[in-house]
Design a protein around this ligand. Structure first.
Ligand SMILES: C[S@@+](CC[C@H](N)C(=O)[O-])C[C@H]1O[C@@H](n2cnc3c(N)ncnc32)[C@H](O)[C@@H]1O
Length: 246
């Protein structure tokens, strides 16, 4: 039995702010094993409002696999949307999660899913006050994981869903079909790697892998109002496809 469930949910809600404050105080105390450099990094993330500077920090402190033109274009759209609740599938080293937490001041609840969410403790530590980051480790393409995500959403609808997990046709389709129904009307879903890589297009293996996302994206484009954020149509993979949930 999960020890958390020894207390009724209503009491847990009441105690949560004090508990979180205590954990934060402990992590920042002299005796805590939290790496000292995290505090400085977090302070600079909290102070920063420029998406460009935060993207730089996402790369150096976490690691991110995005084309600046594309991810900054997406952030500009999201700053208009002002999402409160975000789900990210395929967090890898956590750079995108970091960006969504810090470049979007509206973000209150961010759920990251990956087979292994790297840098999970650091992402949680960096979260802004009034913001909660949940790292869920496991296969996104299962109804069990969807149930875990819904549990963390606690009845909220999703404003923004980012899909960058399994890049096979079946994988990206499964992620979309499982998580898109959680997104509210007016929300945004973005898929990464909508541009086919050079191996697929020209038979030239460059080490870049964009999988079969482009095939599924062609289907979504026919069904939804959409937009493409692509730096260069000739590029090797990458590209962000934006779906507007009308
Ligand atoms: C291309 S990386 C994501 C890169 C990241 N969005 C970024 O910009 O830095 C794809 C991630 O999807 C994860 N992944 C692949 N299949 C998955 C699955 N079935 N369930 C959950 N995560 C999966 C991998 O572990 C990997 O971290």
């Amino acid at each position: 039995m999960n020890p958390k469930h020894l207390l009724p949910a209503s009491l847990r809600e009441v105690l949560r702010p004090s508990y979180q404050r205590a954990v934060r105080t402990w992590r920042e105390s002299r005796w805590s094993p939290t790496p000292r450099e995290w505090l400085a990094g977090r302070a600079s993330a909290w102070a920063n409002t420029s998406p460009e500077a935060l993207l730089e920090q996402a790369g150096t402190e976490f690691g991110i696999t995005q084309v600046p033109f594309e991810i900054l274009g997406l952030l500009a759209k999201l700053r208009v949307l002002q999402p409160k609740t975000i789900v990210e599938v395929g967090t890898h080293k956590g750079g995108n999660s970091f960006l969504f937490c810090h470049a979007l001041s509206s973000a209150e609840r961010i759920v990251g899913v990956d087979l292994c969410v790297q840098n999970a403790a650091k992402l949680i530590h960096y979260a802004r006050p009034q913001q909660r980051y949940f790292a869920l480790h496991g296969d996104s393409q299962t109804t069990q994981m969807k149930a875990r995500v819904e549990q963390r959403l606690a009845g909220r609808v999703v404003d923004f869903l980012f899909i960058d997990g399994d890049h096979s046709y079946a994988g990206v389709k499964a992620d979309f079909e499982l998580y898109a129904p959680l997104v509210r009307r007016g929300g945004i879903i973005a898929l990464h790697d909508i541009v086919a890589d050079h191996r697929t297009r020209f038979g030239r293996d460059t080490g870049c892998y964009a999988g079969e996302v482009y095939q599924y994206w062609a289907e979504l484009k026919a069904r939804y109002r959409n937009e493409e954020l692509v730096r260069d149509p000739e590029q090797d993979g990458f590209g962000i496809g934006v779906v507007y949930v009308d």
